[in-house]
Design a protein around this ligand. Structure first.
Ligand code: CTP
Ligand code: MG
Length: 232
């Protein structure tokens, strides 16, 4: 089945701060996005990549990808939108008519393994929809506006969703169309499919597959890299 990866790299990186856009921030010697793209490039099931970048950054990204030599598969760079969901939609437009399976991955999760991407794709081929997720480790509290705990939510059965998330193209397309019509904006793609009433399967994500969100995440990523605990 023709399989395309949509790499979401069109965010503004507000929480990370500093001048350089997040996907191009260095971890060790190389830009964050080069790790992400290299993992995707190594996944044998992937035929092609669509890299979704901030409008105006297309040429810069193109140059980075060429200079870094991290992609051997065919790829295309497209401009994203203001929200992540709109960015992914732009990626879907580029994959439409070609892909039977799409796998969505955040550029901000550079330490994904190609094996996890592969597993997500295989699951989507079988069942239609899949996301990587890890069980919640901390105790979860619901807190009111006064900063008082209202409830301790039982942790059993609660997971943190990651990417990769993989879907049959037609399913994710329908899910995005419905969200558009209803004006629903979600923070991942799985939720859009869930809203269709379709079951989404979980595969075990990885603790190393962190999303670089705050400066502390970048520090942690640097340390993992320096200590050799990340296989790259
Ligand atoms: N993303 C995107 N288009 C957007 C917003 C986010 O493609 N309009 C991507 C980001 O580039 C990132 C992923 O979605 O790879 C997850 O988003 P997040 O970690 O929130 O990154 P940013 O939106 O860039 O960061 P912030 O929310 O701090 O501004
Ligand atoms: Mg964001």
């Amino acid at each position: 089945m023709k399989t395309i990866a949509l790499v979401a790299a069109a965010g503004s990186g507000t929480r990370l701060g500093s001048g350089c856009p997040k996907p191009y921030r260095l971890i060790g010697q190389r830009p964050m996005i080069s790790y992400t793209l290299r993992a995707m490039d190594r996944c044998p099931e992937l035929d092609r990549l669509v890299v979704i970048v901030s409008p105006g950054d297309e040429e810069f990204c193109e140059r980075q990808v060429r200079d870094l030599g991290c992609l051997h598969k065919p790829y295309q760079i497209v401009a994203g939108g203001a929200q992540r969901q709109q960015s992914v939609y732009q990626g879907l437009l580029a994959a439409r008519g070609i892909a039977q399976i799409v796998v969505i991955h955040d550029a901000a999760r550079p330490f994904v393994s190609w094996q996890l991407v592969q597993q997500a794709i295989r699951e989507a081929e079988k069942y239609g929809a899949c996301t990587a997720a890890i069980p919640l480790r901390d105790t979860l509290k619901r807190v009111n506006q006064d900063g008082l705990i209202e409830e301790t939510v039982p942790r059993h059965g609660l997971f943190l969703a990651q990417t990769p998330q993989a879907f049959r193209f037609d399913l994710l397309w329908a899910a995005h169309q419905q969200a558009l019509q209803e004006g629903f904006c979600g923070t991942d793609d799985s939720v859009l499919v869930e809203r269709l009433g379709v079951a989404v399967r979980i595969i075990p994500g990885s603790i190393r597959n962190i999303k670089i969100t705050y400066p502390e995440d970048l520090e942690l990523a640097e340390r993992w890299l320096a200590s050799g605990s990340i296989e790259i």
